[in-house]
Write a protein that binds this ligand. Structure first.
Ligand code: BF8
Ligand code: SF4
Length: 630
């Protein structure tokens, strides 16, 4: 790798990196060369006779129990997708517990979007007319609970209510509709223990099932309940990159995924601003990393500090007074790094603790108390900053976010109030918009930080492809200046520019909408699923027939594999920029990258060059356009 990052803010902070601890790129170099067996998916530790390794070119060609390469790879992949789904499902479950409490007891959380609650209840078959909102809410909670606790057979309520009808029929035919999320997660772990499933096609079907657990009991359920509790995002304007951390403010950086706590931090940072001023600061600047950042950006316009791979650099600016983490994508290295600075690192979840961090555990009733304490710790740390260690950057960009489905529909309905999707479909038909691509997912140290996200998207928008984005991809694109109106002027193709200018006008911006629409965090990939479902239903076609694709250019997390599997099961072409550990199973690889299309409508392809990846995606879009007679 020639360069660590293309993010100018990250690069400036890296140039003055002050040891003694290493950063993520240095640790990566220490790992090289990485293990070939692991990279191919050909190692197994599922029983005490192992670890077993398979030689792809000769002997041994089986593990001690006789598992061959395809079995080993399929088992490993199923475990990864299961772990990814477990992370999202646990997130949704925590949100459900809060919603349940918010409906039945006085406390720190309340229903913010009653309309969303009613709409969802209606979709789930709950009668809403003339009922108290809390009663509707309780019935909705009961429906959600079933998706975690249903005994015996049955199907996920959330899936049946929200997935395209044609998909539900297909998944039924394949026998992959989940019964309840927890049961499928348990069964997949059982299925992959020693002496269980030895059929790679059967293991892959289970993988698809876990992808659907992720899509509906993780992403969709999580997003829906968060919108009910905290509000459905509307257009917001903000900033991105490490330049949002400035010397005059108390800087609180929130990092992780579940917005239960960060909502409260935002509230308490506002309330305690006078305290910060007493301590000599101008104000309190809250900013975010990873998906918690996306959540509070979407709902409150809180700026993005940076994304996954540059998380250490936020501390290395010397300006982060407190970093408050909840769950997922939090590098263990943060603890030793924070010790080199004045930064208080605060862990808040019982399953994420770190040596040397301050543990302030979030609980429903104590949420306000705990958020207040965390903000006070940040204010106290502010006066302990070491001027010699300040390594700031001024780099930052402006951005527009808040593109929930509701936002998109509300903008489009200014053109056609009766059929809001019609103008979008017309623009796709006449070719001003060639197609829609979702870029999602992480950073991965194996790829120059942000490089693939940014360059792939620049290619696509120049070819009149509208891009929607979530997760660390959204953050990368924001930092590169692709989430504002100027980006439309600079990089969008002529057709896209025309329609974005019109939409900007009707939205009352008097400049174009950005060429990349920020739809939220990784659980908010469900919003993209909702758009695809609505478009397919409006046109009376399948998702597979739409001129759309998805891409996780720099994926690293098991969650990304789970999301990708769901997208393939929806019928999408899914691009990955990094090869997952599957090449050791030749038949498994052939299925995932080719055969899956016939069975599921979608498939994966792997390409680490942005121009080549954009070409494949564009050709796919052209083929789909042709199929629709466009
Ligand atoms: O859920 S994109 S690195 S932060 S896993 Fe993690 Fe990947 Fe970022 Fe968000 Ni999503
Ligand atoms: Fe080896 Fe089989 Fe045990 Fe895996 S399950 S470690 S392949 S013997």
């Amino acid at each position: 790798m020639e360069k660590f990052t293309i993010d100018t803010g990250a690069e400036q902070v890296l140039q003055n990196w002050q040891g003694p601890v290493e950063h993520v790129w240095q640790r990566y170099q220490e790992q090289e060369p990485q293990c070939g067996f692991g990279s191919l998916g050909l190692c197994c530790r599922h029983c005490g006779q192992g670890p077993c390794r398979i030689n792809p070119f000769g002997k041994p060609d089986k593990g001690i129990c006789g598992a061959d390469g395809n079995i080993m790879v399929a088992r490993n992949l199923l475990r990864q997708v299961t772990a990814g789904a477990a992370a999202h499902v646990d997130h949704a479950y925590e949100t459900l517990e809060v919603l349940e409490k918010a409906l039945s007891e006085e406390g720190p959380y309340k229903i913010t979007d009653a309309e969303k609650l009613k709409g969802l209840a209606h979709k789930l078959g709950i009668a809403v007319e003339g009922k108290d909102i809390k009663d509707i809410g309780k019935e909705l909670v009961a429906k959600a609970r079933e998706d975690f606790q249903r005994f015996g057979s049955g199907e996920l309520n959330w899936l049946v209510a929200h997935a395209p009808k044609e998909r539900v029929a297909k998944w039924r035919e394949l026998g992959v509709i989940p019964r309840n999320a927890d049961r499928e997660i348990r069964e997949a772990l059982h299925q992959t223990t020693m002496g269980m499933d030895a059929s790679w096609p059967n293991l892959l079907l289970a993988t698809v099932k876990l992808g659907l657990v992720d899509g509906y009991a993780g992403l969709k359920l999580g997003t829906d309940l968060q919108d009910i509790l905290f509000g459905t995002p509307q257009p917001v304007f903000s900033e991105a990159n490490l330049g949002v951390l400035t010397e005059e403010n108390v800087n609180i950086v929130i990092h992780g995924h579940i917005p239960l706590l960060s909502e409260k931090i935002v509230e308490w940072a506002r309330k305690l601003t006078p305290e910060a001023q007493k301590a000599g600061a101008k104000s309190i600047q809250v900013s975010g990393i990873c998906c918690t950042a996306n959540e509070i950006l979407m709902r409150h316009g809180i700026p993005l500090a940076t994304n996954f791979l540059a998380q250490e650099l936020a501390i290395a600016t010397g300006l982060t007074d407190a970093m408050i983490v909840d769950v997922q994508c939090i590098m263990p290295s943060l603890a030793s790094l924070a010790r080199c600075y004045h930064t208080v690192l605060i862990t808040t979840n019982p399953i994420v603790k770190m040596d040397g961090a301050t543990h302030l555990e979030w609980s429903y009733q104590q949420a306000d108390e705990m958020a207040r304490k965390a903000v006070e710790l940040a204010i106290a740390a502010y006066s302990k900053r070491d001027p010699a260690k300040i390594n700031a950057t001024r780099e930052k960009t402006t951005l527009m976010a808040g593109f929930s489905v509701e936002t998109i529909i509300s903008i489009l309905s200014k053109i056609d109030a009766q059929e809001p999707l019609k103008p979008l479909v017309q623009e796709i038909s006449n070719g001003d918009i060639q197609g829609v691509v979702a870029t999602v997912g992480c950073n991965n140290v194996k790829i120059t930080h942000d490089y693939l996200h940014v360059n792939l998207v620049k290619e696509l928008i120049s070819k009149d492809v509208l891009v929607v984005t979530t997760g660390c991809s959204a953050n990368a694109l924001a930092k590169a200046g692709l989430l504002n109106s100027e980006a439309t002027e600079k990089w969008a193709g002529p057709g896209l520019k025309k329609i974005l200018s019109l939409l900007g006008q009707v939205a009352g911006l008097d400049k174009p909408l950005p060429p990349v629409w920020h739809m939220g965090s990784c659980v908010d990939n469900s919003r993209i699923g909702d758009v695809l479902t609505a478009l397919a239903e409006y046109l009376g076609v399948t998702v597979q027939q739409l001129p759309v694709a998805a891409s996780a250019p720099e994926h690293q997390h098991e969650k990304a594999l789970a999301i990708g599997t769901w997208a393939v099961a929806m019928g999408c072409l899914v691009h990955l920029g990094v090869m997952p550990p599957i090449l050791g199973g030749q038949e498994v690889t052939a299925f995932l990258t080719s055969g899956a299309e016939e069975v599921l409508g979608g498939k994966f392809f792997v390409e680490s060059d942005p121009v080549k990846a954009a070409t494949v995606i564009y050709e796919h879009i052209q083929a789909k356009r042709k199929g629709l007679g466009l």
